[in-house]
Design a protein. Structure first.
Lengths: 222, 670
C-alpha cells in the first residue's frame, strides 16, 4: 500500500471513530512521533481535535517530552487529561534494585493509570499510535481492537517507521528533537537508550509477555 | 539474522525469562548461528550420507535382512496391529454396537474382548498415551498435565514441548522420561511402525518408521494458529490468539503477506519472516499467487495444498504448506490454516527415517503435519463455520486413511508391529458433543472407523493380533470452574486486586505470593506455594494445607450439587523419580464441569463456576472414573479391568518378548 493510501485509510478510521463513538473518545498521546502524527491527522480531518487528549505521565519521561507536550498543548489548544503514576508504584520502582522488576512495575503502573482514566472518563474508545512493524506482538492488532473495557483504535497500524518519518518531514509535523540524537523510540527515561546501530526501533525498550500467552493459548484448550 | 526454529519459537519459561528479561536474548543468538551453519552443513553432506545409506542398506538386505525376517516369522510368531482412536468413548461404541451400527467392532469383540481401559490421572491425551506407550505412571515418565509449571518458577509452560539449548544450537527433546514400547521392540530388532502416536515428537530412531503426532509444531513453533484475511476494519477480541489481517482491494487486487517462521534479529526483537502474495478477486473466481504458483480458490471450499517459501537470507529458505478457505469475496474474507511444516522438506524431525515424511508425501500427496491441525479455534472464534470445520475433518481423515494403508501394506510384507493413531474424533467431540444424544457427525465417525476395521479384518492373516485402544472417553462441558478464584475466595490465594472477568491477570500477574498458600495451573493441577520449593514459598505444613484444600473442595457446590468428585494427593496416585515435579493435588471434576479458560494459565475470574458458552461443548478433563477409554482385542483377556500400563507388556508378550520388569502393568493375554 502506498503512503497516500495509508493516510487515506487512517483518516477513514478517524472518521469512523467519530461516527461510532461520538465524543466518548480520547487520543492517547505520549509526545512521541507516532501519536503526535495521529493528532496531526485528526486536525487534518476535523480542523481541530474534537476529543480529549490523554497523557500518561510516568513522571519519568524525558524533559524534552514534557517541553514538547506543553508547547503543543498551547499551539494546538489540546484539552489535556494527565494521569500520573500512583505514588505507591513510584516508590516501588525507586526501591527495587532489579532493573527488570523496575520495568515491570512501570509497565503495570502505566496500564493502571490508563485503566483508571478510561474508567473515570467513561471513554468508549482510545486512539493510539501503535504500528505493526514496531513489535511482533502487535502483528495481531486491527484498526479497531476490543480491550476489556474499551475499544482501541489504531489509525496508523500499517505505517512503517519510514512512513512516519516521510510524512512527518514532508508535512512538517512537529517532533521532539531527541529523535535526531539516535533515539528511535521514546519510553520512560530510565529505561530508554539510544537505539543500537542497525538495531530495531524498540531495541531499548522491554518486550512484553504477550508472546508467552500466545504460545500457551495456541494449545486451543483455553 | 538468526533463524528461530520452531524449537526456539516454542517459548518455554526459560525462553520467556530471557525475553522478559530483555537483553539476555543476545547470548543465544550466537548459538542459533551455529545451529544454522550446522543445518547448512548437513545439507551439503546429504548426498554423501545418501550413498553411505544405500551401501549400508544393501549390506542389510543382503545379510541381516534375511536373518531379521526369519526372526520375525519364526521366533516371534505374531504380528501386532494397534489401531488407536483418540477419545473413542466406550459408552457410545457399546450403544452403536448394540444398534448394529458397528458390525466389525462386534465381530472382533465376539472373537476376543471388548472392555473399558482405565484412563490416567488426569484423563488427558499426552498423559494417557504416554502411560500406554511406556507402561509406567506419570511419576516415572514425567507428563502430568498439558500445562505445568517450570520447576523453580511460577511460569506455566506447555508440557508437550521440550527444547534444549546448548552450544550447538536449539533442538527439541522428547518430554517423556521413560522408555516407550517401540524402543524395546526396536532393540529386539522387530520391524516397528508408529504413525502419529501423541507425544512422539521428535521422532525416535526406531527399527522401522515413525511419523510424529501431537507435539509437532507449526512453522512458527506454535501448536496452532490461523490467519484471517478480510476487508477491514476488523475487530480483535481480547484474550484470543487470533491473527487478523486487514486487506484492501485496489483494482480487484489484494496485496498482502503470509506470516512464517520467527527470527531473532539484533537486540531483543523477534521478527516474523513473511512472503508476499496477491489475490485477484473476480466475481466467481479468486486467484492466489504466491512465488511462481497460481492457485484457483473457490468460495466455501478448502483449497488444495499451497506451498510457500520463506526466505531467511544467505540463500537459505524454509518452506511450509497451508490451505485457504474463502468464505466471501465481497467483502473479502479468507481463512488460512496454521502453516504446516513441509513434509517434503521438514525443518524438524517429523519422522524417522528423516526422509520418511517426504516418501509418504510423494506416495499420498502433501498432508497435515501439525500435531493438532483441526481448526477448532477458527470455529470457536466464528471465523470458520461448522461446515468448513467438518469438511476439514473429512479431509484430514482422508489423508490419515491413505497414511494408514501405506503403512499397512509394509506391515503386511514385513510383519512386526504397526501402531496407527487417529485423533480427529477428539476434536470433533470437543466441538459437537451433545449431552443427551449422539451427534450425527460423531456417529458417522464411529461408523467410518468400523468400516476401516472391516477392511482390515478382510486383509489380515491368522498370525495378526489386533488391539483397538483409546486414551479416554468423553463427557459434556456445561459449566466452567476457576479453581484459582475458588482458592482466592477460600483464602489460600491472595491477589493485589479483586478478580474480574475483564482483566483475569494471566501468568499470576496479581498474585501476592507472600500470602499465597496454593495456586492452580493446567486443567486439574493444584500446587502448594511450598517453602524451599517455590521461589517465594511460604507453606511449611504441607499435609495440613492439603487436607484443608481437599476437604473444602469436596464441599464446593453448584446448584446444590457437588462440583468435584474427588481430589487426589500426588503420592496416592503417582510414584517414581519425577514425583517431585508433580502437582500436589489433582482435581477430579464431576461430568459437566471443567477447569475454565483462565485458570490454566494463572488467571482469576469474577465467579468460581459459570456457564460454558463456547463452541467447545464436550471434554474429558473430569475424574478418570467417568471417562475410561476402550480396549477391543482379537484375543481373549484374563483381566476384568485393564489399565493403560498393561498395554505395553501385552504388546511385548504378543511379540514373544520376555523382559517386562520395567513395566508397572502386566500382560492381559488369557
Amino acid at each position: 500500500m502506498s503512503l497516500n493510501k495509508k493516510v487515506t485509510q487512517a483518516k477513514k478510521v478517524i472518521l469512523e471513530t467519530r461516527d461510532k463513538y461520538g465524543d466518548n473518545v480520547a487520543v492517547a498521546w505520549t509526545g512521541g512521533k507516532d501519536s503526535t502524527l495521529i493528532l496531526f491527522l485528526i486536525r487534518e480531518v476535523f480542523g481541530h481535535i474534537p476529543w480529549r487528549v490523554f497523557f500518561n505521565d510516568s513522571t519519568m519521561e524525558f524533559d524534552e517530552i514534557y517541553q514538547h507536550v506543553e508547547k503543543m498543548k498551547n499551539e494546538w489548544k489540546l484539552d489535556l487529561v494527565v494521569e500520573r503514576h500512583a505514588l505507591a508504584d513510584l516508590k516501588k520502582i525507586k526501591e527495587s534494585d532489579d532493573g527488570f522488576e523496575k520495568q515491570r512495575i512501570a509497565r503495570m503502573a502505566k496500564i493502571n493509570s490508563l485503566n483508571r482514566a478510561v474508567k473515570e472518563n467513561k471513554w468508549e474508545a482510545l486512539i493510539t499510535g501503535i504500528r505493526i512493524d514496531e513489535h511482533e506482538s502487535r502483528a495481531d492488532e486491527t484498526s479497531f481492537s476490543e480491550r476489556n473495557n474499551h475499544i482501541r483504535v489504531h489509525p496508523i497500524l500499517e505505517f512503517t517507521e519510514k512512513d512516519v518519518w516521510d510524512y512527518t518531514k514532508e508535512n512538517e509535523v512537529p517532533y521532539v528533537k531527541l529523535y535526531n540524537q539516535g533515539y528511535r523510540s521514546l519510553g520512560e527515561k530510565p529505561f530508554t537508550h539510544q537505539a543500537k546501530k542497525d538495531g530495531n526501533e524498540r531495541s531499548g525498550r522491554e518486550v512484553d509477555k504477550e508472546m508467552h500467552m500466545k504460545q500457551l493459548r495456541s494449545l486451543g484448550y483455553y | 539474522m538468526n533463524l528461530i526454529t520452531p524449537a526456539q519459537a516454542y517459548i518455554d519459561p526459560g525462553t520467556t525469562g530471557l525475553i522478559l528479561g530483555g537483553g539476555l536474548l543476545a547470548p543465544i543468538i550466537g548459538a542459533f548461528t551455529t545451529f544454522l551453519v550446522a543445518l547448512g552443513f548437513k545439507r551439503v553432506n546429504k548426498y554423501v550420507k545418501l550413498i553411505l545409506s544405500v551401501i549400508v542398506l544393501l549390506l542389510i538386505v543382503g545379510g541381516g535382512g534375511v536373518y531379521l525376517h526369519k526372526k520375525n516369522a519364526e521366533e516371534l510368531n505374531k504380528k501386532v496391529l494397534i489401531l488407536g482412536v483418540d477419545a473413542l468413548d466406550p459408552q457410545i461404541t457399546r450403544a452403536l454396537m448394540d444398534e448394529g451400527k458397528l458390525p466389525n467392532f462386534k465381530k472382533l469383540s465376539d472373537q476376543g474382548s471388548f472392555q473399558k481401559l482405565l484412563t490416567s490421572h488426569p484423563p488427558e491425551t499426552p498423559v494417557a498415551w504416554t502411560n500406554i506407550a511406556t507402561g509406567v505412571n506419570p511419576g516415572e515418565h514425567g507428563l502430568f498435565d498439558f500445562v505445568v509449571r517450570e520447576p523453580g518458577s511460577y511460569i506455566p509452560k506447555l508440557s508437550v514441548s521440550n527444547q534444549s539449548r546448548n552450544i550447538t544450537g536449539v533442538e527439541y527433546l522428547s518430554p517423556v522420561g521413560a522408555k516407550q514400547w517401540w524402543k524395546n521392540t526396536s532393540e529386539a530388532s522387530i520391524a516397528t511402525r508408529v504413525y502419529r502416536w501423541p507425544i512422539s515428537f521428535p521422532a525416535d530412531e526406531i527399527s522401522g518408521e515413525m511419523l510424529s503426532g501431537l507435539g509437532v509444531p507449526d512453522i512458527r513453533g506454535f501448536l496452532s494458529g490461523y490467519s484471517y484475511y478480510a476487508e477491514g476494519p476488523l475487530r480483535k477480541r481480547p484474550n484470543k490468539p487470533e491473527h487478523l489481517i486487514e486487506v484492501v482491494i485496489e483494482n480487484d487486487l489484494i496485496k498482502s503477506q503470509i506470516y512464517g517462521p520467527m527470527t531473532s534479529g539484533a537486540g531483543d526483537k523477534i521478527n516474523t519472516i513473511t512472503t508476499p502474495f496477491t489475490i485477484e478477486v473476480g466475481d466467481n473466481e479468486v486467484l492466489l499467487k504466491v512465488g511462481d504458483d497460481t492457485h484457483k480458490l473457490t468460495t466455501n471450499e478448502w483449497s488444495k495444498w499451497i506451498r510457500v517459501k520463506f526466505e531467511l537470507g544467505f540463500l537459505k529458505n524454509i518452506t511450509g504448506i497451508f490451505k485457504a478457505y474463502v468464505t466471501s469475496t465481497s467483502p473479502f474474507q479468507m481463512y488460512v490454516t496454521s502453516i504446516q511444516i513441509d513434509p517434503q522438506s521438514p525443518i524438524v524431525n517429523l519422522s524417522h527415517p528423516k526422509d520418511f515424511s517426504r516418501e509418504l508425501a510423494e506416495e499420498i500427496g502433501d498432508y497435515y503435519t501439525l500435531g493438532m491441525p483441526e481448526e477448532t479455534a477458527g470455529l470457536i472464534d466464528d471465523r470458520l463455520n461448522e461446515e468448513a470445520f467438518l469438511s476439514q475433518i473429512r479431509e484430514i481423515e482422508s489423508e490419515r486413511d491413505k497414511m494408514f494403508w501405506h503403512g499397512f501394506e509394509k506391515f503386511q510384507r514385513e510383519g512386526g508391529i504397526y501402531a496407527f493413531i487417529y485423533d480427529s474424533l477428539d476434536r470433533l467431540q470437543h466441538m459437537f458433543w451433545e449431552t443427551d444424544q449422539i451427534n450425527p457427525e460423531i456417529e458417522a465417525y464411529y461408523i467410518a472407523k468400523d468400516k476401516l476395521l472391516g477392511k482390515i479384518l478382510d486383509r489380515v492373516d491368522e498370525q495378526t493380533e489386533i488391539m483397538i485402544i483409546s486414551d479416554h472417553g468423553f463427557a459434556s462441558f456445561d459449566r466452567a470452574v476457576n479453581i484459582n478464584t475458588w482458592l482466592y475466595e477460600q483464602g489460600f490465594l491472595h491477589l493485589t486486586k479483586e478478580p474480574s472477568d475483564s482483566n483475569p491477570g494471566g501468568l499470576y500477574e496479581y498474585v501476592d505470593w507472600s500470602k499465597t498458600k496454593a495456586y492452580s495451573m493446567g486443567f486439574t493441577s493444584i500446587y502448594l506455594n511450598l517453602k524451599n520449593r517455590e521461589p517465594e514459598g511460604i507453606v511449611e505444613d504441607k499435609q495440613q494445607v492439603i487436607k484443608e484444600i481437599k476437604e473444602k473442595l469436596l464441599q464446593l457446590t453448584d446448584n446444590n450439587e457437588p462440583v468435584v468428585h474427588n481430589v487426589y494427593r500426588a503420592e496416592d496416585i503417582y510414584s517414581g523419580d519425577q514425583l517431585r515435579d508433580a502437582p500436589d493435588l489433582v482435581v477430579g471434576f464431576k461430568p459437566g464441569y471443567r477447569m475454565d479458560w483462565e485458570a490454566p494459565v494463572g488467571g482469576t475470574t469474577k465467579e468460581v463456576v459459570y456457564d460454558n458458552t463456547r463452541h467447545w461443548r464436550g471434554d474429558h478433563l473430569v475424574d478418570p472414573s467417568f471417562v475410561p477409554g476402550v480396549f477391543v482385542s482379537s484375543f481373549r483377556t484374563k483381566k476384568e479391568i485393564i489399565e493403560q500400563t498393561d498395554v505395553a507388556p501385552t504388546i511385548m508378550s504378543l511379540l514373544g518378548q520376555k523382559n517386562q520388569e520395567e513395566y508397572e502393568g502386566e500382560s492381559v493375554i488369557k
